[in-house]
Design a protein around this ligand. Structure first.
Ligand SMILES: C/C(=C\C(=O)O)C(=O)SCCNC(=O)CCNC(=O)[C@H](O)C(C)(C)COP(=O)(O)OP(=O)(O)OC[C@H]1O[C@@H](n2cnc3c(N)ncnc32)[C@H](O)[C@@H]1OP(=O)(O)O
Length: 360
């Protein structure tokens, strides 16, 4: 095979020499690119399709029929089966990766996740991020830490659908002197991540609002916590690790480039944080009568999840309100932990959802 100048590209040496001389057209941005207050519109945007929603829900075990059965959707007060909040969130973060984090680095956490509207299939979503904080990582001189506020909004109406603050480690173009912190990995799950745990755990009798309220009352009498694990686990396969993030336009090499990841600390591709969390949340939701998702706070990704790892879930119930008038549901605040087959926590976060009252 020769081109016009007679170069033989199938000759290994010729091609290796060409690659050596070639400049790489880079993707993504280094830490130095980001300055507080900068606004970045993420051009790809995304169109939310029912097929993508159903693929996400089936693969992550979020088997809640309100998201595909019209009769159940109507009973739950939706116009038609809507887009699931986990899928919506992942689809808003996905198109932002190319601009914000494709250069590499780790998704550390997210907070202030708010769902502003119910979203239906066919919605075109545009995504906008604002840099809210940049700082040097004291423990890893090759990285800085950036926090962005991101909003996904309806391209037709301009209404904000979901918003959150996300923090990543981002590689620096230039290394800087640090304050001398260690570059060793710290214990990634610290006591401060979990409220103090009493000796005794109480498990609710069921998944309705009354069950959570009764369990919290019982726990208070016995100086116990309402906490339990969920039985299901989900082993991370190619569909979950590479397929689902790509379906949200997430271009992070961590999920789909095994060649590049072989030399990274994880040694292999790692799961998209939104997939890992959605699986643990699905395990939790399978033990509760969810009505609506409301908000998430203090989400942290503590450790890598790689191909072949299995994701399980653990839940502590922190609070349960009285029913909201007319909705026949009330707010429950949970702390969820995703953990792997070695019982290592990989994700934790606080979630408030409306949970249905027991039917009459
Ligand atoms: C979409 C996507 C990628 C993308 O987006 O393209 C992804 O899905 S990718 C997959 C999901 N992700 C992961 O797989 C990461 C799992 N995780 C780990 O493997 C370990 O966590 C670690 C190796 C990253 C770090 O390990 P570690 O060094 O032991 O961790 P820590 O010392 O706790 O944190 C180090 C510094 O980050 C500061 N820090 C931590 N958390 C927060 C937070 N929430 N807000 C603000 N600052 C924070 C901390 O304050 C410290 O700052 P300093 O460097 O200044 O001390």
């Amino acid at each position: 095979m020769t081109d016009g100048d007679g170069a033989d590209w199938t000759d290994a040496e010729t091609f290796a020499a060409a690659l050596d001389r070639a400049e790489t057209r880079e993707k993504g941005h280094f830490f130095e690119f980001f300055a507080e207050g900068d606004e970045i519109e993420h051009d790809p945007g995304i169109r939310l399709a029912r097929a993508g929603n159903e693929q996400w829900l089936s693969q992550t075990l979020n088997h809640d029929p309100a998201y595909w059965r019209t009769d159940v959707a109507a009973e739950r007060g939706f116009e038609e089966p809507p887009i699931h909040p986990d899928y919506l969130l992942a689809c808003v973060m996905g198109p932002s990766v190319e601009d914000l984090s494709e250069k590499g680095g780790y998704f550390l956490g997210r907070t202030n996740v708010r769902y502003h509207e119910t979203v239906y299939p066919g919605t075109e979503v545009h995504v906008l991020s604002t840099v809210v904080d940049t700082r040097t990582s004291s423990s890893r001189p090759d990285y800085g830490i950036v926090t962005w506020q991101t909003e996904g909004y309806d391209a037709d109406t301009g209404d904000v659908l979901v918003s959150y603050e996300r923090t990543n480690m981002i590689p620096r173009r230039e290394q800087v002197a640090t304050d001398g912190g260690s570059t060793e990995r710290s214990d990634t799950y610290t006591a401060s991540d979990v409220p103090d745990l009493p000796e005794t755990f109480v498990t609710p009798d069921g998944g309705y609002l009354e069950d959570f309220r009764a369990a919290l009352d019982r726990a208070e009498d016995e100086d116990a916590a309402v906490a339990y694990r969920h039985e299901r686990g989900r082993t991370m396969d190619d569909t979950l690790v590479a397929g689902l993030p790509l379906a949200t336009l997430n271009t992070a090499r961590q999920h789909h480039n095994r060649d590049e990841m072989a030399d990274s600390p994880s040694g292999d591709v790692v799961a998209y944080g939104d997939v890992t969390r959605s699986i643990a949340l699905a395990h939790a939701r399978s033990d509760e009568a969810t009505y609506r998702e409301r908000r998430f706070e203090n989400e942290r990704f503590h450790d890598f999840v790689t191909l072949g790892d299995t994701v399980y879930g653990f839940t502590r119930v922190l609070d349960a309100d009285r029913p909201v008038a007319d909705a026949e549901a009330g707010a429950v605040t949970f702390q969820h932990v995703a953990f792997n087959q070695e019982n290592t926590p990989v994700y934790s976060g606080e979630r408030t959802a409306l949970v249905r009252c027991r039917p009459e």
